[in-house]
Ligand binder design. Structure first.
Ligand code: GRG
Length: 308
């Protein structure tokens, strides 16, 4: 009889593997007791959802990938995310005091150390890709290129620049900023999975479309959490920071934003089905992420499934 896997246990094991491996990479060659290392660990290992590295691992596993490098590829994606959060929270950007229920990295360690920690985490991400075991050279080069183009002036950095300086006059402007700030990092999480699993172009394109739709949904959900009245103790972040900003909710109102959230979730579900068919790991995880929203498009799933 085919062995059954407990999905919750598998997810827990993946999360632990990512966190243990990040801890390993951040201790490697670091002075354990200095402020810079402590700031890097605080930024990377505080209690995040690990949504991006888990997406990388789950999608790759759903695609049948058993590469020993998978966890390292997932860690590289998470370190880029951690770096972006430290920078985003800085006084010259979002000026946030609270992140993941803790004082932000610059509040704990000072602005100078926070900037250096963010750069060091970013550099570590590429070092990890360079060192990850058993990746064919052409695949490694594609992974590095994809991560680099996601961060740079056409990706995350541009999204942040538009957030700070863009006009965001129309709903399309807002969607572009959201896609660059949030969508592209979810996009690269699934792109990296498709690259390391050596998936064909059609599957990779459907996965990318899934991630971008999920990114829009996720950003909208983030905006809903910011609405005054939500509890920082629950969200782990400052709330009310979007007051007066041209977010989608402020521009189109709560009802239309809810309608758009439902549309993005439906798109995400359709594209995920096109990419992965009935394979369940990724679908189950995304259902868990969005299960509490006003408009869940993902349906409830069975409690266990057969492995690849
Ligand atoms: C050079 C890496 C780098 C970035 C420069 C600062 C910047 C450009 C971009 C900021 C992008 C950013 C922080 C967007 C917000 C995305 C978002 C919704 C983050 C929250 O993600 P969660 O909920 O967080 O997954 P956890 O804490 O669970 O990891």
């Amino acid at each position: 009889m085919e062995a059954r896997i407990d999905p919750a246990a598998e997810l827990r094991a993946m999360r632990e593997a990512v966190e243990e491996r990040i801890a390993y990479w951040l201790l490697e060659g670091a002075a354990r007791d200095d402020k810079l290392s402590a700031a890097m660990r605080a930024g990377a290992l505080s209690s995040g959802k690990r949504m991006r590295p888990l997406l990388t691992m789950l999608v790759a596993r759903d695609l049948g990938c058993v590469s020993p490098a998978l966890v390292d590829v997932a860690c590289a994606v998470e370190l880029v995310h951690a770096s972006s959060l430290i920078l985003d929270d800085m006084p010259c950007m979002d000026n946030a005091q609270l992140r993941r229920g803790q004082p932000t990295v610059h509040v704990q360690f000072g602005e100078d150390v926070a900037i250096l920690a963010a750069i060091a985490l970013l550099s570590r991400a590429f070092g990890i890709l360079a060192a990850a075991p058993d990746i064919p050279p052409a695949v490694r080069a594609r992974l590095v290129g994809k991560l680099s183009e996601t961060i740079g002036a056409q990706g995350l950095v541009k999204g942040q620049f538009l957030d700070l300086h863009g006009k965001r006059a129309t709903v399309d402007d807002i969607a572009t900023t959201n896609e660059l700030k949030t969508g592209v990092l979810l996009g690269v999480a699934v792109d990296m999975a498709a690259i390391i699993a050596q998936a064909d172009d059609k599957v990779a394109a459907s996965l990318r479309a899934f991630a971008l739709a999920a990114g829009h949904a996720f950003q909208l959900r983030d905006d809903f959490q910011d609405v005054p009245g939500n509890d920082s103790a629950v969200t782990g972040k400052d709330t009310g920071k979007d007051a007066g900003k041209p977010t989608l909710i402020n521009t189109v109102g709560l009802d239309e934003a809810r309608r758009q959230l439902a549309g993005h979730l439906a798109d995400a579900e359709r594209c995920l089905g096109a990419a992965l068919g009935s394979r369940q790991r990724t679908r189950r995880f995304v259902e868990g992420l969005f299960g509490g929203t006003a408009a869940p498009a993902f349906s409830a799933a069975a409690p266990s499934y057969a492995p690849n």
